[in-house]
Design a protein around this ligand. Structure first.
Ligand code: URA
Length: 215
């Protein structure tokens, strides 16, 4: 995982398995079934990096041979929050990794000018919890900026929020960094940019349509 030189809050998970799986997700020939499976596998790999610095504590444990102070994650207060609808495709992978996590949802739609409007927000209590926001495509950054704002309004400290995306455009990262410089963003790839329809290029198309097989 490397911290980006221009955007200090951006972490690119560069691992051969991540690159390989993402390439197949990008392919127009990948079926809905494979796309979903790859997204889940990628979320597991990325979630592993995103949680790398979770604090540990120890508990006394008895093995068949002796007692010892065993390391376990401290606090265990984690929430997974997909941004509807495409974020749902990442939530299950994160919950496989952290089965005791609470789950929230943030539903946003885009108005005529492509700005996000909330239609559904349901979140677990902040309570010092780490909130993992997930949405596969960080394109203009409008939804990501708004979703992070929803969590801040809910009382979550910026240092307790992490954003997990698959592919980002520099335009979106720039916008997110300008508004939320203290929130870490984890991606599998930083692509070239946006086209005139605000799609990421080369990207992978509409992530929601590809996960759910709609169009
Ligand atoms: N949302 C998507 O699903 N894909 C893009 O390329 C941009 C936004």
């Amino acid at each position: 995982m490397t911290q980006h030189v221009d955007f200090p809050n951006l972490y690119v998970v560069n691992h051969p398995l991540v690159a390989h799986k993402l390439s197949y997700m990008r392919s127009i020939d990948t079926s809905t079934r494979s796309f979903r499976a790859l997204l889940r596998e990628l979320t597991l790999l990325m979630g592993y990096e995103l949680t790398r610095d979770l604090p540990l504590t120890t508990i006394n444990m008895k093995t068949p041979l002796c007692e010892f102070e065993a390391p376990v994650i401290a606090g265990k207060k984690i929430a997974v929050v997909p941004v509807l609808r495409a974020g749902l495709g990442m939530a299950d992978g994160l919950l496989d990794l952290i089965p005791s996590a609470r789950q929230g949802h943030i539903g946003l739609y885009r108005d005529e000018e492509n700005f996000p409007v909330e239609y559904y927000v349901r979140l677990p209590k902040a309570e010092g919890r780490l909130f993992i926001l997930c949405d596969p495509m960080l394109a203009t950054g409008h939804s990501a900026v708004h979703a992070a704002h929803v969590l801040l309004k809910h009382g979550v400290d910026a240092k307790h929020i992490r954003f997990l995306a698959l592919v980002a455009a520099p335009e979106g990262i720039k916008a997110f960094h300008a508004t939320h410089p203290d929130i870490k963003v984890f991606v599998a790839a930083l692509d070239k940019g946006l086209n005139e329809h605000a799609y990421i290029v080369p990207g992978l198309g509409d992530a929601g349509d590809r996960i759910f097989g709609t169009k």
